[in-house]
Ligand binder design. Structure first.
Ligand code: ATP
Length: 888
């Protein structure tokens, strides 16, 4: 029999569970053994050998392999049995594929670890206590607790439900949330969408609360049936990866054309066509920047790992890039800018402050505590910090929530919603029913008709309203978060509450003011933001005066900035909001829809907006923002699913440090690309110029491949690990519209490529003219080979800063130093170790020749330092202003 056609008691019995205490540890272990983890099976990974060959599925590698085959064939025909070229090419291709495979699996591992970090959790009742656990550990028979915003971790039969609505579009296609009810039983044949007493794995709760017993986990759920094996999504390429792949393609075509010309020119200069063919192909392989997107992938993966270490879990890879471009951060107040450690500071009846032994004060705290959802777990309370503060304050007045609940039994409730800003419960006390409502004073006062003072209920006239509002404002100005409490008595209760019926004609009881100090690190983070050209904006559901007071303390609201309320915002036209959006740094009493309007208004100005959110209704704003940041602790599953980043510590400062990291990654990608392209161009120019000058080719095919593999790859990766420059947060944000190559990067790349090419040619020329002698044939090409490779290693250091590198710690990037040393040792080895020298067709060099090479290899530092010094004056004039102009 199916769970939906049976009564809940029967289902619980059949699953051998208990609705009051849940499963015990023994049962859980046994069921985990039997049913396995509660997860959908992943798509099978391709075997290693297939992934290895996939690495070779690249146009240039195929060209190279074809060249090797042709070389073998020609050697065979000539009968000279010189297979060395072919063997070396094969070795290099294999090494390339292995390196590619290692990088790819590293990146994959980093991303997988991330998926684990952002895996959903579930609240379950086990051994009589409620705990939050990894959703994968849920087993059939578990009693789970569900509330608005959480994901349903497994298929489950409802046991209790309060105004429960579930969003099941992923499963049924129904876009409107479906009402759910624990007390119904539906026929066996009913469709999934009609099973009102069942909640399904992978759907989410949009409203209300419930408890349920798990009936199916993992692949034994409805979603498991549909999704068998197709759940794992591929990570799409990021915009930068796509752009670089495109740039790489264009450069590749240009390089191929040049290689064609070099081939023809070489043959015309009567260089043997076979040698020229091998040189052209190797040059094409060396010069075509096929590795660009791969470098970006590796760097993004490294960045993602670093950020996870700093409490920012990236859910969508493009966010790493977008972070570096952020220009506006819209942040929640409570818990993100403040500590979310609330303590009740002041209680008033709306007219005067009530001392701790006052009876009216005890009455306010009693009802406030009864109208909360927090639960006691040993000595601590679990729940919303606002509510915990209320329960603790009641406790301090000798009123224990659990004991109060013996006399006041909750019969119904309307959960807190940030849109309504109210929460209500109906309690049964003896024969009487009482509805208690707590919430934002300005909203709640509008629902009251009487107020309670001196043990009497008095009409709430205009004068009383004005005085209560003034008392509220006074508390809010002191940065207190204020909650109002009211009640209404009923003689009978017919079941079911609605806001229209139950939250009207209330009796106002009093105000509770709570202190929530700003986070210490938020002060510095706000300062850094402003210096970095990022506008920090506070968006809160709290009162405008509370928000303003906190924003002033933090420095978000400075002279000339204004605060706007959600009501005022809603009255503005789209155009008005667009025109005036920069005037405001604080938006108070906003609804989730307002958040969306704010994001859009900033975006229309071309800003890149980061937005925080935690509630169910924040999902649209989080999706619309360029960087949606969900709260890891207080955030709902719905918010997390919509976000690009999860802040595991709910902290504003974490966004700022993630932005810093994002900027660093962008800079490092730029450094690697700059380095790789200038090196590639250097190689092309060396060969091209030599052929044009009527010389023989300075480098052999194998030498070119060596330079490409060893001296290019190591520094490119090391540059990806360069520490962030100290002034990275003192620069303006990168513009999203501008390309990586804007700001004169192409000119620099060509200039520096030309410089490297010239140095190699000078080495070649000096060696050939002065040192080549009978018996020492290859001195010129050996010097060109050594100069090309080592000058590139040295040139990599130029990438570390746009300013002079003499202002940096030379050992600041230890990986780059390692790459330099390793590269030089390898280079010297192939020249000095005899068998290697024979393979590479090089001659050993004498000290004076090494001296010339060393002199040439130092030149990139000197030349680029001069280039930087000359261009810095120009750049300073050109920089600045773009965004500032917009804000003026
Ligand atoms: P932020 O958006 O910065 O996190 P917030 O947490 O203050 O701000 P909401 O949670 O929407 O925003 O709260 C808005 C108002 O609703 C608060 O100022 C308070 O008066 C009231 N409120 C907050 N929590 C509760 C609650 N649990 N029960 C009743 N009223 C509440």
């Amino acid at each position: 029999m199916n769970a939906h056609e049976q009564r809940k008691e029967t289902v619980i019995r059949q699953l051998n569970s208990n609705a009051d205490i849940g499963l015990n540890d023994g049962q859980v272990a046994e069921r985990l053994d039997t049913y396995g983890k509660n997860k959908l099976e992943d798509k099978k990974k391709a075997p290693l050998i297939a992934r290895f060959f996939a690495q070779m599925n690249d146009f240039m590698i195929i060209v190279l392999l074809a060249a090797a085959a042709i070389s073998l064939f020609i050697s065979h025909i000539h009968g000279d049995n010189d297979y060395i070229d072919a063997v070396i090419i094969l070795a290099i291709v294999t090494l390339n594929a292995v390196l590619g495979l290692v990088q790819e699996s590293k990146a994959e591992k980093a991303l997988e670890a991330l998926k684990k970090l952002s895996a959903p959790s579930a609240k379950a009742l086990r051994n009589g206590t409620v705990s939050v656990l990894d959703a994968e550990l849920i087993v059939p028979g578990d009693i789970i607790l569900l509330e608005a915003g959480c994901y349903v971790p497994a298929d489950a039969r409802l046991i209790t439900s309060h105004n429960l609505m579930a969003e099941e579009s992923a499963l049924t296609g129904e876009s409107v949330p479906t009402e759910k009810d624990a007390d119904t039983v539906v026929p066996e044949t009913s469709a999934l969408g009609d099973r009102k007493n069942i909640v399904f794995s992978g759907t989410s709760i949009s409203y209300g609360r419930a408890t349920a017993v798990v009936t199916g986990t993992g692949m034994r759920t409805e979603v498991g049936k549909i999704a068998a094996g197709i759940m794992q999504s591929e990570t799409p390429d990021t915009p930068l990866q796509k752009k670089l792949a495109h740039t790489g393609k264009i450069l590749g075509i240009i390089a191929l054309c040049i290689c064609g010309i070099i081939f023809v020119a070489g043959v015309l200069r009567s260089i043997p066509p076979f040698d020229m063919f091998m040189t052209s192909v190797s040059l094409a392989v060396a010069a075509i920047p096929e590795g660009l997107p791969a470098i970006v992938t590796v760097m993004l993966a490294i960045g993602v790992q670093k950020m996870a270490g700093h409490n920012a879990v990236i859910r969508k890879l493009p966010a790493v890039e977008t972070l570096g471009q952020a220009t506006v951060i819209c942040s929640d107040k409570t818990g993100t800018l403040t500590q979310n450690k609330m303590t009740v500071e002041r209680v008033t009846d709306g007219f005067k402050t009530l001392e701790s032994n006052n009876e009216h004060r005890r009455e306010i705290l009693k009802f406030a505590a009864l109208c909360t959802d927090c639960v006691q777990d040993k000595d601590a309370y679990i729940g919303d910090p606002t509510e915990i503060a209320l329960v603790k304050a009641a406790e301090a007045s000798g009123l224990n929530k659990s004991r109060l609940e013996i006399d006041y039994v909750r019969v119904s409730e309307l959960p807190f919603e940030s849109k309504r800003k109210l929460m209500s419960v109906t309690l049964k006390n003896g024969t009487e029913f009482i509805t208690v409502t707590k919430g934002a004073p300005d909203v709640l006062l509008g629902r009251c008709t009487l107020y309670s003072a001196l043990g009497r209920e008095n009409p709430l006239n205009e004068e009383a309203r004005r005085r209560i509002s003034a008392a509220n404002a006074l508390m809010a100005q002191d940065a207190l978060r204020v909650i109002a409490v009211a009640y209404r008595r009923f003689e009978s209760f017919s079941g079911g509450m609605t806001s229209e019926k139950s939250e009207t004609e209330l009796v106002f009881l009093g105000l509770v003011g709570m202190e929530d100090p700003p986070r210490d690190e938020a002060f510095e983070a706000v300062r850094v933001c402003k210096e970095a050209g990022i506008k920090p904006v506070m968006i809160t559901g709290d009162h405008v005066l509370t928000a303003t007071a906190t924003a002033k303390k933090l420095g978000i609201l400075s002279a000339g900035d204004k605060a706007l309320t959600g009501d005022e915002l809603s009255k503005m036209s789209e155009q008005e909001l667009f025109d005036r959006i920069y005037d405001y740094s604080v938006f108070a009493r906003v609804s989730p829809e307002n958040k969306l309007q704010i994001v859009r208004a900033f975006q229309k100005h071309g800003e890149t907006v980061a937005m925080t959110g935690d509630g169910v209704n924040d999902a649209p704003a989080l999706k619309a923002a360029d960087i949606g940041c969900a709260m890891g602790i207080s955030g709902t599953d719905t918010a997390k699913a919509a976000a690009d980043i999860i802040l595991t510590d709910d902290n504003f400062a974490t966004i700022v440090s993630a932005i810093e990291e994002g900027r660093g990654i962008y800079e490092n990608i730029k450094k690697s690309v700059h380095f790789l392209l200038s090196s590639n161009i250097g190689e092309i120019i060396t060969i091209f110029a030599a052929i044009l000058l009527g010389w023989k080719s300075p480098l052999t095919a194998i030498q070119l491949l060596w330079v490409n593999l060893v001296t290019d790859s190591l520094p490119a990766i090391a540059l990806g690990l360069d520490p962030n420059s100290h002034d990275i947060m003192r620069k303006k944000p990168y513009s999203a519209e501008k390309s990586l190559f804007s700001g004169g990067l192409w000119q620099k790349i060509f200039f520096e490529g030309g410089m490297i090419g010239m140095l190699a040619l000078i080495g070649f020329g000096i060696g050939t003219i002065f040192f080549d002698a009978p018996g020492r044939h290859f001195v010129g090409s050996t010097m060109a080979f050594a100069t090309l490779s080592i000058s590139q290693l040295v040139h990599a250091f130029n990438m570390r800063s746009e300013g002079s590198i003499f202002n940096l710690n030379p050992l600041g990037n230890i990986y780059l130093v390692g790459a330099l040393i390793a590269g030089i040792i390898l280079q010297i080895s192939v020249i000095t170790i005899k068998p290697l020298a024979a393979v590479f067709k090089v001659s050993s060099l004498e000290p004076k020749e090494w001296l010339v090479v060393a002199f040439l290899c130092i030149m990139p530092i000197i030349i680029v330092e001069i280039e930087k010094a000359l261009s810095s004056g120009k750049e300073e004039k050109a920089a600045g202003g773009i965004r500032l102009k917009k804000r003026a």
